[in-house]
Design a protein around this ligand. Structure first.
Ligand code: GRG
Length: 306
C-alpha cells in the first residue's frame, strides 16, 4: 500500500471511529449535566483514536463482521480518556494542555475533572455491556465471547494493568534511588501496554480467535505498547509541542527516568524500530487474514510525531 493510500485510509477510519464513539456519548441533560459535559469535552477534544483502531483492525483480521464490537470501541476510548483526565490533574502531572486543548480540570475545575474521569470509567462498562443486546441471546458462544472480552477489559484497565503501572510510576518519581530497568519495564508494560493489549485482545476475542492466536496477538500488542511508550519518551525530548498538543520536556523537568535517559536517544530509537518490526514480521505476518493496514499502522506509529 502506497503512503498516500495509507494516509487517506487512516483519515477515513479515524473519522468513522469518531462517529461511532460520539454516538455512544451520554446526552448532556439532567441535574448532573455538568459532569456529563466534562466527560464529553474530554472525548471530543480529539486524539488519535489509536486503541479503538487497533481493536477494530484485530476484530476484522480475525474475520469479525458484527456490530457488537462498536460499544467496545467506544468503551476503550472512554477508559483511555479517563486515564488522561486523571493523569493531568494537579495531584498527578499537573498539566494544562492535552490534545491541543485546555485539560479538563483547567476548564471544569479539579473536583469535576475527578468526577468526569470516574464517570468515563463507569460509563465505559455501561456502554460495553450493551454489546449483549447486539448478539443473538440464544447463542451461548456469542455471549461467552462478550463476557471474556469484558473480563480482559476490566483486568487490563485495573490494578493488574494500567492502574498498577501508574501506581509504580508515581512511587518511582519520589524514590531516592535511581529507577531500575525492571521497574521501568513494569511501568511501561502496565501503564501504556495494558490498554493496547486490551484493545487488540478484545477485538480478537469478539471475532472468535483461538487461544493460540490470542497468545500471538498478545505478544504483538506488548511490543506495540512498549514501542509506543518509548516513542512517547523520545517525543518528550525531540517532539514539537504544537504538533503534540501538549508540552514537551516534562520528563527532564521532573527528573524522570525514561528509556531515553537509560539508553540514550539513538538506542531508544533503535528499540522502537526493533519492537515494531518484530510486531509486524514475527507476529502479525504469522496470522492468516487481512492485515495490510494494521502492518502499516504499526510501522507508522514507530515514526509518529504526535
Ligand atoms: C490515571 C489510572 C491512571 C492512569 C494514567 C495514560 C496514563 C496512565 C498516563 C498518561 C501519560 C502517559 C505518557 C501515558 C503513556 C501512554 C500514552 C502515551 C498516552 C497518550 O496516548 P495517545 O498518544 O493519546 O494515544 P491521544 O490523545 O492521541 O489519544
Amino acid at each position: 500500500m502506497e503512503k498516500q493510500e495509507f494516509n487517506d485510509l487512516l483519515q477515513v477510519k479515524t473519522e468513522e471511529l469518531d462517529r461511532i464513539i460520539q454516538g455512544f456519548l451520554p446526552p448532556e441533560e439532567g441535574w448532573q449535566k455538568t459532569v456529563i459535559r466534562a466527560m464529553n469535552y474530554s472525548i471530543r477534544a480529539g486524539g488519535k483514536r489509536l486503541r479503538p483502531m487497533l481493536m477494530l483492525e484485530s476484530y476484522r483480521m480475525f474475520g469479525g463482521k458484527g456490530l457488537e464490537i462498536e460499544p467496545f470501541l467506544a468503551a476503550i476510548e472512554m477508559i483511555h480518556t479517563y486515564s488522561l483526565v486523571h493523569d493531568d490533574l494537579p495531584a498527578m502531572d499537573n498539566d494544562e494542555y492535552r490534545r491541543g486543548q485546555e485539560t479538563t480540570w483547567k476548564v471544569y475545575g479539579e473536583a469535576m475533572a475527578i468526577l468526569a474521569g470516574d464517570g468515563l470509567l463507569n460509563f465505559a462498562f455501561e456502554t460495553a455491556l450493551t454489546a449483549f443486546d447486539r448478539v443473538d441471546k440464544t447463542d451461548p458462544e456469542a455471549l461467552k465471547r462478550i463476557a471474556d472480552a469484558l473480563t480482559v477489559l476490566a483486568r487490563e484497565a485495573g490494578i493488574y494493568g494500567m492502574i498498577g503501572g501508574q501506581t509504580v510510576d508515581i512511587e518511582a518519581e519520589v524514590q531516592p534511588e535511581p529507577v531500575t530497568e525492571a521497574q521501568l519495564t513494569f511501568i511501561h508494560e502496565c501503564k501504556t501496554g495494558a490498554l493496547i493489549v486490551a484493545s487488540m485482545k478484545v477485538g480478537a476475542i469478539l471475532a472468535g480467535a483461538s487461544k493460540e492466536q490470542l497468545r500471538t496477538l498478545e505478544k504483538c500488542a506488548e511490543d506495540i505498547g512498549m514501542a509506543f511508550q518509548i516513542q512517547d519518551d523520545i517525543l518528550d525530548v525531540v517532539g514539537d509541542s504544537k504538533e503534540l498538543g501538549k508540552p514537551v520536556g516534562s520528563d527532564e523537568e521532573n527528573h524522570k527516568q525514561t528509556y531515553v535517559t537509560l539508553y540514550g536517544l539513538e538506542e531508544a530509537k533503535r528499540l522502537v524500530e526493533t519492537l515494531s518490526e518484530e510486531a509486524v514480521e514475527v507476529y502479525i505476518k504469522s496470522i492468516d487474514g487481512e492485515h495490510e493496514f494494521l502492518e502499516q499502522l504499526i510501522l507508522m506509529l514507530s515514526g509518529r510525531r504526535k
